[in-house]
Design a binder for this molecule. Structure first.
Ligand code: BG6
Length: 360
């Protein structure tokens, strides 16, 4: 791969606008206002019979799986659950035949994912593989394989493959929801918003200098918490993972309200907290937690929606207004940049962190 930037991770973060455009081009027909997944062409009968969905992944792909759970419940109206592939594999499971399994793996070769897919297949359920390698073992095992179209990812930390998993999930939820369940009005708004999403991603790129300055300020921290609720819960987990992987800083992602049940004991003056609080259905509740953290003099980095006037402190990064379901695609890029710049400040090799491989 031709290296245009100093680091692969930065290069791959910046590819996300193009990746999202490619995905949207393949799956959305703006004239008719529908999403269409040809991959299901021969499995439509099975798809229509599905009455629950299980999402599985490892690492970053597991975080995409959580997002999948949430968006499918909202758009497809089916009971959903999400699992770590290794836990699904190693415990006794009760599987109902009309379950659709959706496996995520950027490489399509992660051992636990492959073994879990084989286990699910024994129950004759519909198996979907979402992968960045359409020639992978997962793609061959799955009844329906969907290519995330991110292009080869060479940096260890997944960036463009994560956002591609999210957008594919959003489009897939609109598609399956539209097959026989949700009224088209909901998907219509989503499709209108998808049109402008790549431009909004470009807008996030313009925050690089600000994010770099914040990372500079935080380069000596030893630990931090990353908080988010609902659609930003998986993004908080992903933020924590990205920071750990690239800069070896102990960062943990939490669901914002769950953080109050114990981990909050960590908070003292200057304890660093990254908080995702865009305008969405949980903003008012998040606001109360942020105020509480401010009173306890935590050192906050806030990710909010442009135009937010509730908070005035220094380290606020704004994402453009979007639909609640698409906010994570914008805000995760801020965290990817932060993880990258923090690693850069700490002189870490973020493209090849110690002890890790792209998949195991
Ligand atoms: C781990 C990598 O081993 O595999 C993570 O260190 C990655 O970065 C995880 O998210 C899952 O990989 P894949 O290819 O199954 O998505």
């Amino acid at each position: 791969m031709k290296k245009e930037k100093e680091h692969l991770m930065l290069q791959e973060i910046l590819e996300q606008e193009r990746v999202i455009r490619d995905i949207v081009k393949k799956y959305v027909d703006f004239n008719s206002g529908i999403t269409y997944f040809e991959e299901f062409k021969h499995k439509l009968r099975e798809l229509r019979k599905v009455d629950r969905v299980t999402f599985l992944g490892c690492g970053t792909s597991y975080h995409a799986a959580i997002y999948g759970n949430y968006i499918f419940e909202e758009f497809v109206d089916l009971p959903c659950e999400v699992e770590f592939a290794d836990e699904f594999l190693r415990r006794k499971t009760v599987i109902e035949t009309e379950t659709m399994f959706i496996f995520f793996s950027q490489s399509g070769e992660t051992t636990d994912i492959i073994s879990a897919a084989k286990k699910a297949k024994e129950s004759k359920c519909l198996i979907v593989g979402i992968t960045n390698n359409i020639n992978s073992t997962l793609a061959h095992l799955a009844d329906v394989a969907i290519n995330t179209l991110a292009g080869k990812e060479d940096a260890l930390a997944a960036t463009k493959t994560f956002s591609s998993q999210l957008i594919i999930l959003a489009l897939l939820a609109v598609y399956i929801g539209g097959l026989n369940r949700k009224p088209p009005t909901i998907s219509k708004r989503a499709i209108e918003e998808i049109k402008v999403l790549p431009e909004k991603i470009k807008n996030i790129f313009s925050l690089q200098e600000n994010i770099k300055k914040i990372a500079e300020k935080y380069k000596y921290i030893e630990q931090l918490a990353v908080l988010g609720e609902k659609y930003h819960f998986p993004i908080a987990l992903e933020g924590g993972l990205k920071i750990k992987e690239t800069s070896y800083t102990h960062a943990e992602g939490f669901s914002a309200h769950e953080f109050l049940h114990g981990p909050k004991a960590l908070i003292e003056k200057n304890f660093p907290v990254i908080f995702f609080a865009p305008n969405d259905s949980v903003y008012q509740e998040n606001k109360k937690i942020i105020k509480d953290l401010q009173e306890k003099e935590a050192s906050l980095i806030l990710i909010a929606t442009k135009g937010n006037k509730d908070f005035k402190f220094k380290d606020i990064l704004y994402i453009p207004e979007s639909l609640e379901i698409f906010n994570p695609i914008l805000s995760v890029i801020i965290l990817q940049f932060f993880a990258y710049f923090l690693a850069l400040e700490k002189r870490m090799d973020m493209d090849k962190p110690r002890n890790l491989s792209k998949f195991i």
